[in-house]
Ligand binder design. Structure first.
Ligand code: DGY
Length: 331
């Protein structure tokens, strides 16, 4: 026994954060690229002082109890934390943290890439060439939808939604947003962003980009009815969490031409992708790559590690989710 704190990292993370963590802790990194089987996780978490978790691991009372009473922090290597039962962490007196901000711009870039690819049929064009299909330039060939000067509707106007809106201005687009809260003028005015109800936004937007958290209220926020009310020329982009969209309903809407196309980074039953989506040409699918760049994954790793080290050294983790646990200990 080294006397150093024990940290479990459930998937390999970037080299630099790994090095920083190893300098001060005994670190176990689970190496299975497909994730850690639940029973194994429950076994190897025993005795950990901190866990760096991914969005693929469910953090609940069972896991916290399997870890033991010495567990100080669960540091999610993601901004989304729907995999964490925050109430269970708080009840167990365990700090929980995520990695906001550092992935905002990169995720907005991904949303934008999907929006462009879906609107201009890039995936379909690529598949055509790769299949060595004979083709000749033609005035009616593979016509898409213009992006510039159209209206983008952003659902969930937090950090990432606002970063998408900043990009939209460069395309001369009109920005509308739907959010549970009215954003202050300092945020909306530079973006010329106008608030709408979700219903209004759905009917008005040429592009709908989803940036909400997954909560019981946002599960299936987009179902058959919402999709039917979108413009037939509209494009739906989802880089938030898959279950916000009813995937079966989306397949039907795309099949029936109720909307023009979709660009998806996330899936309802990830990592499974609805077979119907894979058969359709008017959808661009990528495997949850929203924040997947070298710089951003490094920054996410460093922030997750800083959250762990802060908790272990008695400092307030910089991006803590359950302040009440910190206050109860240090207030
Ligand atoms: C997050 O951080 O929540 C993303 O989905 C992971 O890239």
């Amino acid at each position: 026994m080294s006397g150093r704190p024990r940290v479990l990292v459930t998937r390999p993370i970037m080299e630099e954060p790994t090095r920083v963590l190893r300098e001060r802790c005994d670190v176990t990194i689970h190496q299975n690229e497909f994730g850690i089987p639940r029973d194994e996780l429950l076994r190897i978490v025993a005795g950990a002082d901190a866990i760096v978790t991914m969005l693929t691991e469910r953090v609940d009372a069972e896991l916290l109890s399997a870890a033991g009473p010495q567990l100080r922090i669960v540091a999610n290597h993601a901004v989304g934390f729907d995999n964490i039962d925050l109430a269970a962490c708080t009840a167990a007196g365990v700090l929980a943290a995520n990695t906001p901000d550092v992935l905002t711009e990169t995720t907005a870039d991904t949303a934008w890439a999907l929006l462009m690819a879906a609107a201009r049929r890039l995936g379909e064009g690529e598949r055509l060439l790769r299949a060595r299909t004979p083709w000749t330039w033609g005035p009616l060939m593979m016509l898409g939808q213009d992006v510039h000067h159209k209206t983008i509707g952003i659902v969930g106007f937090g950090r990432i939604g606002q970063a998408v809106a900043r990009r939209a201005l460069g395309f001369g687009m009109r920005v509308i947003y739907a959010d549970a809260v009215e954003l202050p003028k300092e945020v909306t005015e530079p973006l010329h962003a106008e608030r709408r109800s979700l219903d209004e936004l759905i009917g008005e937007a040429d592009f709908v980009s989803i940036h909400t958290n997954l909560t019981p209220e946002t599960r299936h926020l987009f179902g058959a009815e919402e999709l039917r009310r979108m413009k037939r020329t509209a494009v739906l982009v989802n880089t938030s969490r898959g279950p916000v969209v009813d995937e079966a309903a989306l397949v039907e809407a795309l099949r029936a031409g109720e909307i023009f196309a979709a660009g998806l980074d996330v899936f309802e039953h990830e990592p499974e992708v609805h077979e119907g989506l894979l058969e359709l040409d008017n959808v661009v699918v990528i495997p949850h790559l929203g924040s997947a760049t070298v710089d951003t994954r490094n920054a996410m790793g460093m922030l997750a590690v800083e959250n762990v080290l802060a908790a272990l050294e008695g400092r307030r983790p910089p991006t803590l989710l359950n302040d009440e646990v910190w206050e109860a200990r240090n207030g």
